[in-house]
Design a protein around this ligand. Structure first.
Ligand code: ADP
Ligand code: MG
Length: 214
């Protein structure tokens, strides 16, 4: 398959924004159970601003990610703004300034994003956060790419792993973020951030599949 081009990366962000818009109330209900009922609104506000920013076309993937990251940090109050913002801000330099990203570079940039989230939020696996969806997703992505799968197919595997990771947050007791204030009472609820992260990975799979085999 062709390298992931700037159009596809923009489509990824637009697709994610559309999923967030569609799932806004569901994300907010999840956050109502173990947080402060704003995750849907936060992500919707942030991703709408990111999409607005695309009206000035970015020059390259690094600029796209930097712009998206800064917009999220600026427009989203709450934990998820800085965390998603950091994710994209860390992806930017990992693209090495390339005009299009080969699968390994895309995977490496995503990994750099995850490392940024972990550095900033200090969440470990099992803390019931977005990290619990993103980590298995990127592990599945790397595994599929190493075994020679196409990026489209590897991202489908990543998306399935993100969904599983999201589902696995339900029984967890939160150890980071607002949900951790509930202690044991946070168990039995799916984590909102892991839920939006599964949408992020699914959107990447969709956007890359749409680029086709070109
Ligand atoms: P807030 O908690 O400030 O209201 P949101 O509701 O928008 O922000 O986002 C909550 C989500 O952020 C949680 O469901 C969790 O996945 C994620 N989160 C919170 N704290 C952390 C952290 N330290 N590391 C990683 N993710 C976190
Ligand atoms: Mg919240």
């Amino acid at each position: 398959m062709a390298d992931v081009d700037l159009d596809t990366l923009q489509r990824w962000l637009r697709t994610f924004a559309a999923s967030v818009a569609e799932q806004k109330d569901a994300l907010t209900s999840l956050d109502a159970a173990i947080g402060d009922a704003d995750h849907g609104a936060n992500m919707h506000r942030g991703m709408s601003a990111v999409v607005e920013g695309l009206s000035t076309p970015p020059a390259d993937p690094a600029t796209l990610f930097k712009q998206a990251g800064m917009t999220l940090v600026k427009s989203v109050g709450g934990a998820s703004g800085p965390l998603y913002g950091t994710f994209f801000l860390r992806m930017a330099p990992a693209t090495g300034g390339a005009a299009a990203l080969d699968p390994e570079t895309f995977a490496k940039a995503l990994r750099a994003g995850l490392e940024g989230v972990v550095a900033r939020g200090k969440a470990e696996l099992g803390d019931k956060t977005m990290v619990d969806a993103l980590t298995p997703a990127l592990d599945a992505l790397d595994a599929a790419l190493s075994s020679g799968e196409s990026l489209a197919s590897a991202l489908r595997a990543a998306s399935a792993a993100a969904d599983e990771g999201r589902d696995a947050t339900t029984p967890m007791v939160a150890r980071k973020g607002r949900a951790s204030y509930l202690g044991e009472r946070s168990a039995g609820h799916q984590d909102p951030g892991a839920t939006s992260t599964a949408l992020l990975v699914a959107a990447a799979a969709t956007a890359v599949a749409e680029q086709g085999d070109g």
